[in-house]
Design a protein around this ligand. Structure first.
Ligand SMILES: Cc1ncc(COP(=O)(O)O)c(C=O)c1O
Length: 375
């Protein structure tokens, strides 16, 4: 199995034993970790005959991470809920929202559901589907793929959704919401509607700060999702956090949280926050997105049958010439070892566009456009 096949069939493909051994070398030895923890126990003159293994340490790491988030964002510890990346936060929140609908005996014909601008991130569709929460879709406005704020507010105030998702920058378009639209939605949301602002993707432009939103809207049900994945290229640690604007909504989610997270992710996340304060995208990723955008812009100028979204985030849409299907382009690129997400594979399939990752090394984007030039 080589990496080329793995990118395409990652769901089924195993790593070979020699690849696993290579991976294993990257991590510190388990023995060193175990000895270190036993030494802490000895220093404390403590013997764990109660639970054994390292469950107390796991919980301690999560408490440290929660505290570090609370200090960085100037909110109470109880308002911070670390999870397995933003995907973990989305699933936890959607489970709680389903329970809310059940407890409130919401008739889905009349109210409830998840309100979202579409197309958007695939996990929102999956999670809503799995939890049997209806999706209220407000299509993005063409030609700029912006939020249709008037229609969005109308649906918000007439359909009483249980939960609203604001994904900014959006996946797959890479286009952010304006601060004005974010504030309008939060201000107009009914007091018992949960607003989830998914800030997993990097925005290379300035945007309203999370700590400011949490403070300003502490009387609303607002939660902001952050993750170490896209900001710092740490998706393998599966670490993110949901930050709540008040403790009551956080308490509603608490029972649905996973018990424990990976220690490595929790420790590294804590270290980052203690050293840097709030989560900020790394300069490396910001530069990659900016340079990838320049490369794509120059390509679209040279090949004007192609066009792209005016993205500021880790993904963008590239539109094909009028008579070219995205499947054809995707197969063509695949033969050159370049894998892209084609529009027909989106949760709401569309032809004529592909989604590109923009946060990687600029050489990756250059290789992609060079291949497209020969199409
Ligand atoms: C909008 C959005 N939210 C959440 C995620 C999941 O991120 P994580 O790795 O933190 O689970 C992604 C990943 O692409 C995303 O694009």
């Amino acid at each position: 199995m080589n990496i080329k096949t793995l990118v395409d069939t990652g769901f089924e493909a195993d790593y070979t034993l020699s690849q696993i051994n290579e991976f294993d070398k990257i991590f510190t030895s388990d023995k060193i970790l175990q000895d270190y923890i036993y030494r802490i126990h000895e220093d404390d003159n403590t013997l764990d005959m109660k639970r054994g293994e390292f469950y107390p340490e796991i919980l301690r790491c999560i408490i440290s991470l929660k505290r570090a988030f609370a200090n960085a964002y100037k909110i109470a510890e109880g308002q911070c809920q670390p999870n397995f990346g933003s995907n973990g936060s989305i699933d936890t929140i959607m489970t709680a929202m389903k329970l809310r609908e059940i407890n409130r005996k919401i008739d889905p014909e009349k109210r409830g559901g998840m309100l979202v601008s579409t197309p958007t991130y695939f996990r929102n569709y999956n999670s809503a589907f799995a939890k049997q929460i209806k999706i209220i879709k407000v299509p993005l406005k063409m030609p700029k793929w912006e939020m249709d704020i008037d229609l969005f507010l109308e649906k918000l105030n007439t359909l009483y959704p249980t939960v609203v998702f604001l994904v900014t920058p959006n996946n797959p378009t890479g286009i952010p919401l304006t601060d004005e639209h974010i504030i309008k939605v939060i201000e107009n949301a009914p007091d018992d509607t949960l607003i989830v602002m998914d800030r997993t993707l990097v925005n290379v432009e300035n945007e309203i700060r999370t700590s400011e939103l949490l403070l300003r809207f502490n009387n609303k049900q607002l939660v902001v999702l952050h993750s170490f994945s896209k900001y710092l290229g740490l998706s393998h640690l599966r670490i993110g956090c949901a930050l709540y604007s008040n403790i009551d909504i956080a308490k509603e989610m608490q029972p649905h949280l996973p018990l424990g997270l990976g220690v490595e992710g929790a420790i590294k996340g804590t270290k980052y926050l203690k050293e840097n304060g709030v989560l900020r995208p790394s300069d490396y990723v910001i530069n990659n997105i900016r340079e990838s955008k320049e490369i794509l812009l120059s390509f679209c100028r040279q090949m004007p049958q192609f066009s792209m979204t005016d993205f500021t985030g880790n993904y963008c849409l590239l539109f094909m010439p009028p008579d070219v299907s995205s499947t054809k382009i995707s197969y063509y690129l695949q033969n050159k070892g370049i894998y892209v997400m084609e529009g027909v594979d989106f949760p709401e399939p569309v032809d004529g566009m592909i989604r590109l990752h923009t946060g990687g090394k600029p050489e990756f984007m250059q290789r992609t456009v060079d291949a497209l030039k020969d199409f």
